[in-house]
Design a protein around this ligand. Structure first.
Ligand SMILES: Cc1cc2nc3c(=O)[nH]c(=O)nc-3n(C[C@H](O)[C@H](O)[C@H](O)COP(=O)(O)OP(=O)(O)OC[C@H]3O[C@@H](n4cnc5c(N)ncnc54)[C@H](O)[C@@H]3O)c2cc1C
Length: 437
């Protein structure tokens, strides 16, 4: 057999797995993109160096100490490949003041040490990592989309429609962009799957000076609360101080996201506000639920994502292009980083999202405004759909081996992580599992 292991997906999960396997197996990493790093390569590159963010230790059956050790290894590799050594979240006195202030409003603030690579640097850091892996003998095949996975008793056969590659072990780390594809493959391969919760919400954009007092202490503050209206869990996620709202490019649908550059800063800060939805019978399939929302919103915006001023949402009005910058409403105080009209469509989010989602968003913004005064200014911008697909779960062993022998999964696309560090950590765990065999 030519390869000991094939890794599908050269995102953080795939790259860190390849690094662990380099000294013991002949490894091929396949990715449909022309560059490595996955979603992690084109993103803001915030490294959340905490066991409380981007991973679930219970799901991973991992102790706090084991996870911390791996996070240190991951951080070291990012630093060796050029990540900025500056750390945020280290001023514990200031962090604790914020934690206490949030607690007064029944909001939990999760603090963590964070490193920001920046969208203009992350891809270079990933490229440097790839060069090191190649020098250790790892083979890469980019611009190659795997369309089919087959197996027999001893091997896996991975096909791109033209060629077939054979290996003893298979590690699938398809990220969110490949999650739907892998779900179909998993079904055919007989891999056990479960429906997990999905995160649905909006991206909030505000003037940077409103959030500076917080983001100067914690680059990506994670506020978490349980809403009184529905007793649902809502949290802030992926804050980009002085960053840009973005439309995710490699998705079948247009989804909202955000990032920040290291060198060029904007006057705005954005963050996601996400509500975690679990569904039960008869509609347990959270992926299909979210896809239906996206399809509907896409129709509303004629193919464009939607945007609404907070002032309009509060008053139950649609945002319109004619009044989008209306001085009388205070809307001239905040200029969106996306072009209204050509990139995003002014709309009424309460027509696109179900009432429960809107209730949760409204309550959370109102509560956050008590901690960060100014969030609930009428000019505040809300973009949608912002949806995170990590919802199909694959029951695995501690080594991330699925119910199919020798087939391992890692990263966001397998519901094992929610971020770069978490994905990298699960890649290492899967590689350890393969090595043990
Ligand atoms: C705009 C944006 C900003 C973000 N900002 C941050 C941040 O600041 N901090 C953070 O921690 N996280 C951030 N994230 C999330 C982060 O990028 C992901 O959590 C992380 O990249 C997941 O790693 P992964 O290896 O699981 O998957 P990915 O990075 O998604 O990699 C999966 C790879 O698999 C490939 N693939 C999928 N299917 C196939 C197939 N059939 N054949 C071949 N290749 C395939 C894809 O092309 C991709 O390269 C951001 C994401 C986005 C989109």
């Amino acid at each position: 057999m030519k390869y000991g292991a094939i890794i599908i997906g050269a995102g953080p999960a795939g790259l860190f797995a390849a690094n662990e396997l380099a000294d013991s197996l002949k490894v091929l990493v396949i990715d449909k993109k022309s560059i490595v790093g996955g979603a992690g390569a084109v993103t803001d590159g915030k490294l959340n160096l905490s066991t409380k963010i981007g991973m679930d230790l219970d799901e991973l059956k991992l102790s706090e100490e084991e996870a911390k050790k791996l996070i240190r290894v991951i951080d070291k590799i990012f630093l060796e490949n050029g990540a900025d050594p500056t750390l945020s979240g280290t001023n514990l006195e200031e962090v604790n003041k914020l934690v206490k202030k949030a607690a007064k409003h029944d909001v939990e603030l999760i603090s963590a040490e964070q490193r920001h690579m920046g969208s203009d640097s992350t891809h270079k850091i990933m490229k440097s990592f790839k060069n090191k892996l190649e020098s250790k003998g790892i083979e890469f095949m980019l611009n190659t989309e795997v369309v089919k996975i087959k197996k027999n008793e001893d091997a896996f056969f991975v096909s791109n429609g033209k060629e077939v590659f054979k290996s003893k072990y298979l590690l699938v780390c398809p990220g969110r962009s490949g999650a739907y594809w892998f779900r179909a493959q998993a079904k055919e391969l007989g891999i056990a799957t479960l429906y997990g919760p999905i995160d649905v919400g909006v991206r909030v954009e505000i003037p940077a000076e409103v959030y500076d007092p917080i983001t100067n202490i914690l680059y990506d503050p994670k506020f978490k609360l349980e809403t009184r209206c529905h007793r649902d869990k809502v949290r802030t996620f992926c804050t980009n101080p002085r960053g840009r709202v973005r439309i995710e490019r490699d998705q079948e649908y247009k989804l909202i996201n955000g990032d920040a550059l290291k060198k060029m800063k904007t006057d705005n800060t954005n963050f996601a506000l996400l509500y975690t939805i679990s569904l039960t019978e008869p509609m347990g399939d959270t992926t299909e639920f979210a896809r239906a929302i996206i399809t509907y919103m896409s129709q509303m915006g004629k193919g464009k994502p939607l945007v609404q001023r907070w002032g309009d949402l509060e008053r139950g009005r649609r945002s319109k292009i004619e009044t989008f910058f209306d001085k009388n409403c205070g809307y001239n105080k905040l200029k969106p980083t996306l072009e209204v009209g050509s990139q995003v469509c002014p709309a009424d989010l309460s027509l696109g999202y179900a009432g429960r989602i809107i209730d949760n968003i409204k309550e959370t913004i109102t509560v956050l405004d008590r901690i960060v005064e100014g969030i609930a200014h009428p000019s505040t911008l809300l973009y949608a759909p912002e949806i995170k697909f990590y919802d199909t779960k694959y029951p695995t062993s501690k080594d991330l081996e699925t119910s199919v022998k020798n087939l391992f999964v890692a990263g966001d696309g397998a519901g094992k992580s929610r971020g770069i560090v978490g994905a990298a950590l699960t890649g290492i765990l899967a590689a350890h599992g393969i090595k043990k065999k």
